[in-house]
Design a protein around this ligand. Structure first.
Ligand code: ADP
Ligand code: MG
Length: 266
């Protein structure tokens, strides 16, 4: 039986100065698993994703992706730092979509998607272009191939950003509040693209405040608070009968915020 764990986080701690924002986090994500990460602002969700992608260097512990340690490796029985180049190579296997789209403003939708395959994967253009066009079609934007980001809505930009990540053929996708900068009417189109990816079997870690979406798409949810995973379980159990007091408090706060948003919109 092959090892089905794609991402392993072991004893991961991260401090910024005196503040420990991740405290000895252990987590394993199976290949094909969709894991939603919820929890209050400041609980360490973004830092966890950034450590997994090695955009932050852990203060202790380590992250293993597809059996390969990110950031350090064993050589002659000793742990040595990886070069920036080796880290960059591993990072190409991880797609990241953040709150802000970060498309290059001077490049069209198609050129934004082509950049990684051409420059990083060194694919010939005649090979990369059909793939990029296919991805644009997949996110419903084939007709926007020549549009510059400023001519695209926030939802469209975020869909191009997802296509751009997919062009690198990632093993793993990390979504960090991918819809929280969007106008409410544009959220659905982006969530639908993520849902589609989920159905296709992509392994994903999804930080989100969209509880209904988390419930629909996730196989498992983890709840973070003060730098630790305080609760976890299948969405149905976690939402319907949260046993942990901190999960209860967080869900109550989310529901209150939603109720307030609904009443102020009315
Ligand atoms: P979340 O995504 O759950 O809102 P973050 O991972 O962004 O939480 O942040 C966790 C804590 O770490 C917060 O208190 C935040 O202020 C702090 N933090 C995050 N990044 C940095 C940084 N680069 N320098 C100092 N503190 C940071
Ligand atoms: Mg965050």
């Amino acid at each position: 039986m092959p090892d089905q764990t794609l991402v392993e986080v072991a004893g991961l701690s991260k401090r910024f100065g005196d503040v420990e924002v991740l405290k000895h986090v252990d987590l394993a994500v199976r290949a094909g698993e969709k894991l939603a990460v919820i929890g209050p602002s400041g609980s360490g969700k973004t830092t966890l994703l950034r450590c997994i992608a090695h955009l932050e260097k852990p203060s202790a512990g380590h992250v293993t992706i597809a059996g390969e340690r990110v950031g350090s490796k064993l050589a002659d029985g000793r742990v040595v730092e990886m070069s920036d180049r080796e880290i960059a190579r591993i990072r190409t296997g991880i797609g990241m979509v953040f709150q802000r789209f970060n498309l290059f403003p001077h490049l069209t939708a198609l050129e934004n998607i082509l950049l990684g395959p051409l420059k990083v994967l060194r694919m010939p253009r005649e090979q990369a272009e059909p793939i990029a066009l296919g991805l644009l079609a997949k996110v419903g934007l084939a007709h926007k191939r020549d549009a510059y980001p400023e001519r695209l809505s926030g939802g469209q930009q975020q869909r191009v950003a997802i296509a751009r990540s997919l062009a690198m053929q990632p093993k793993l996708m990390l979504f960090d509040e991918a819809t929280s900068a969007l106008d409410p009417e544009l959220v659905g189109e982006v969530l639908n693209v993520i849902r589609q990816l989920a159905r296709e079997g992509m392994t994903m870690l999804i930080v989100t405040h969209e509880m209904q979406f988390a419930e629909d798409v996730a196989d498992r949810i983890i709840v973070m608070d003060h730098g630790s995973i305080v609760d976890e379980g299948p969405p149905h159990e976690l939402f319907r009968s949260p046993s942990h007091p901190r999960t209860q408090a967080f869900l109550r706060a989310v529901l209150e915020r939603q109720a307030m948003a609904t009443s102020s919109a009315a």
